[in-house]
Design a protein around this ligand. Structure first.
Ligand SMILES: O=C(CO)[C@H](O)[C@H](O)COP(=O)(O)O
Ligand SMILES: [Fe+2]
Length: 221
């Protein structure tokens, strides 16, 4: 069964020089989470920000859940650092750890909710053995590493398949979609079974962010 819809703005597309204010703005306009893209120039060919910025957002007073998307390899040290920095959800790519069960349980032992991320060409089979341990599954609808890419339509099949898997096992797992989500395709993604929507450029590059967020929320509620 689907959870209530959540919009998680990806700060990858925010203006880092005024990050706190940018995050306040999109939360006030109705977004519920903050999506935090961590890239290491190793697992993906790009470099972003680390746990210090996560802690800075918490210290600034952000109380919305922080949804950390680790695009790093290996994962365990960053899991520890982000748990200490106040992350609420920590998701990582299953192929970025040698010991998937151990890394999944590390997140849980540190008191965070845990997610696994499937790239467009990563088979769902890879997460089946730990399915019941998960709080969220993040389906990448672009190849990871950059904001502002176009949604890959074929990933709608994977969203439908993961929704079936969650429902068949009667599990309470959020199904999130990340990459190229926009007001003009979100309804399709929602209908395919997603309940959590990461949006970076569509929100932060919008000339009227509040209107874009309102228009987006109206389609998933
Ligand atoms: O994980 C990501 C990239 O690897 C980002 O979360 C994602 O691309 C969001 O940005 P946009 O909505 O602009 O596609
Ligand atoms: Fe992401």
């Amino acid at each position: 069964m689907k959870n209530s819809a959540v919009i998680a703005p990806s700060i990858l597309s925010a203006n880092f020089a005024k990050l706190g204010a940018e995050v306040d703005e999109v939360l006030t306009a109705g977004c519920q989470w903050v999506h935090f893209d961590v890239m290491d120039n190793h697992y993906v060919p790009n470099l972003t920000f680390g746990p210090m910025i996560c802690k800075a957002l918490k210290d600034y007073g952000i109380t919305a859940p922080i949804d950390v998307h680790l695009m790093v390899e290996p994962v365990d040290e960053m899991i520890k650092s982000f748990a200490a920095a106040g992350a609420d959800y920590i998701s990582f790519h299953p192929e970025a750890t040698k010991h998937l069960h151990r890394s999944v349980h590390l997140v849980k032992e540190l008191g965070c909710k845990v997610g696994l991320v499937l790239n467009p060409a990563t088979p769902i089979n890879l997460i089946k053995d730990v399915l019941e341990d998960l709080d969220i599954i993040l389906i990448m609808s672009v190849n990871p590493g950059f904001g502002g890419q176009s949604f890959i339509p074929k990933t709608l099949d994977k969203i439908r398949a993961v929704r079936r898997l969650i429902d068949e096992h009667n599990l309470d797992i959020r199904l999130s979609v990340d990459g190229g989500v926009k007001p003009d395709n979100i309804k399709q993604i929602f209908d395919a079974g997603a309940d959590t929507f990461v949006m970076g450029s569509a929100i932060f590059a919008s000339e009227d962010r509040a209107a874009t967020i309102k228009q987006t929320l109206a389609q998933v509620n």
